[in-house]
Design a protein around this ligand. Structure first.
Ligand code: PAD
Ligand code: ZN
Ligand code: ZN
Length: 376
């Protein structure tokens, strides 16, 4: 059946309003316009960022919306002037685009393209209209990806073509979770062999950060979480010690400084809380420690801290999508995965059909899952 150029009716999880469970609806998906492609989504992970968005903890949100930003699929059709993608290509939609033209894309020092949602809202396509509708109402896009739909439309600046051999049931991990944590260690912190690391928060992001620290040759990787159930996985991926802040009477940064003598070389905040961001900075070595913020803080959150923490030589950085220039680097990461550089099986704790998406969100909220992958 040739669907190119036609409106497709398919199933999608629609978030009609904030805080409410998602509803599986039949939606209409318009054909892609110029510089856009329509993708048949095969799998999509549920990331904490989707949960933040559902609960209004994200800037630039419009409802109703189709969430989801960690997907993998196949190009169904392409709009005019699309030259680098064709129907049948295996692809990953990119929640951080790479337009290749803006000042960030032209700089070797950042991957934060000026077309990302922090700079310009991505609730609609670049022509300011939506490709989704349901029951006569406009439904908005999310991060230009909207992967909780059997079909989605994405601007080509936000699509990476991956190896034909990639397994599409797992490749969705390359849309957010794995590159984000792994790149924070490899690109942003540039962890050195023999160094000590502290990783705060052991979800997909924290575990992927541990994978990066280990591959860089860190000698000690201290994993921190208030949920003990996360420790076994953290050790499997390379944590050398696991600690629970609830089991100590003193602040966790003091515990880490005592464990290491002078603090760690590198720390990573993979939770999204300002108190743990501060603790992560404070537990690093006063002269050469580097702390990386990966967790997304709530909108309008602020931190106060003693400027002497930086005065003595510490570095405080942030990392979005692991510092990877997305369109260029995601295909490379997938190829490395296919050559067995990383084993990511442990990141996937549950696989569910799209119909059970609300159960997937509940598993995340209750701390019982790492990644739940939805099969569409
Ligand atoms: P997750 O919820 O699966 O993992 C967070 C972990 O932190 C859980 O294991 C919690 O038990 C643990 N935790 C919660 N509170 C505390 C605390 N006070 N002290 C210690 N541990 C605690 O989330 P995730 O791994 O999917 O995402 C983590 C963060 O990263 C989240 O804020 C998300 O929005 C952000 C993110 N950032 C980017 C980026 O590009 N920078 C990309 C994707 C996700
Ligand atoms: Zn994410
Ligand atoms: Zn750009």
């Amino acid at each position: 059946m040739d669907t190119a150029g036609k409106v497709i009716k398919c199933r999608a999880a629609v978030a009609w309003t904030v805080h409410q469970p998602l509803i599986i609806e039949e939606v209409e998906v318009q054909p892609p316009k110029a510089h856009e492609v329509r993708i048949k989504i095969i799998s999509s992970g549920i990331c904490r960022t989707d949960d933040h968005a559902l609960h209004g903890d994200m800037e630039n949100m419009n409802f109703p919306v189709i969430l989801g930003h960690e997907g993998a699929g196949v190009v169904e059709s392409v709009g005019e002037q699309v030259t680098d993608l064709k129907p049948g290509d295996k692809v990953i939609p990119l929640c951080i685009p790479q337009c290749g033209k803006c000042s960030s894309c032209l700089s070797p020092n950042t991957n934060c393209c000026l077309k990302t949602h922090m700079h310009e809202a991505q609730n609609v396509m670049p022509d300011k209209t939506s490709r989704f509708s349901c029951k006569g109402k406009v439904v908005y896009h999310f991060l230009w990806t909207s992967t909780f739909s059997e079909f989605t439309v994405v601007p080509t600046d936000a699509v990476a073509k991956i190896d034909d051999r990639a397994p599409l049931d797992k490749a969705c991990l390359f849309g957010c979770g794995f590159p984000t944590g792994y790149g924070a260690a490899v690109n942003t912190a540039k962890v050195e062999p023999g160094s000590t690391c502290a990783v705060f928060g052991l979800g997909t992001i924290g575990l992927s950060t541990i994978i990066g620290c280990k591959l860089c040759g860190a000698s000690r990787i201290i994993a921190i979480d208030i949920n003990r159930d996360k420790f076994e996985k953290a050790k499997e991926f390379g944590a050398t010690e696991c600690i629970n802040p609830k089991e100590y009477s003193k602040p966790i940064e003091e515990v880490i400084i005592e464990m290491t003598g002078e603090g760690v070389h590198y720390s990573f905040e993979c939770i999204g809380r300002t108190d743990t961001m501060k603790a992560a900075l404070e537990c690093t070595h006063m002269g050469y420690g580097t702390s990386v913020i990966i967790g997304g803080a709530p909108p309008n959150a602020h931190i106060t801290f003693d400027p002497y923490l930086l005065f003595t030589g510490r570095t405080w950085k942030g990392s979005i999508f692991g510092g990877w220039k997305s369109k260029d680097c995601v295909p490379r990461l997938v190829s490395e995965y296919l050559s067995n550089k990383y084993n990511l099986d442990g990141l996937v704790s549950h696989t569910l059909p799209l119909d059970n998406i609300n159960e997937g969100f509940r598993l995340l909220q209750s701390g019982k899952s790492i990644r739940t992958i939805l099969m569409l």
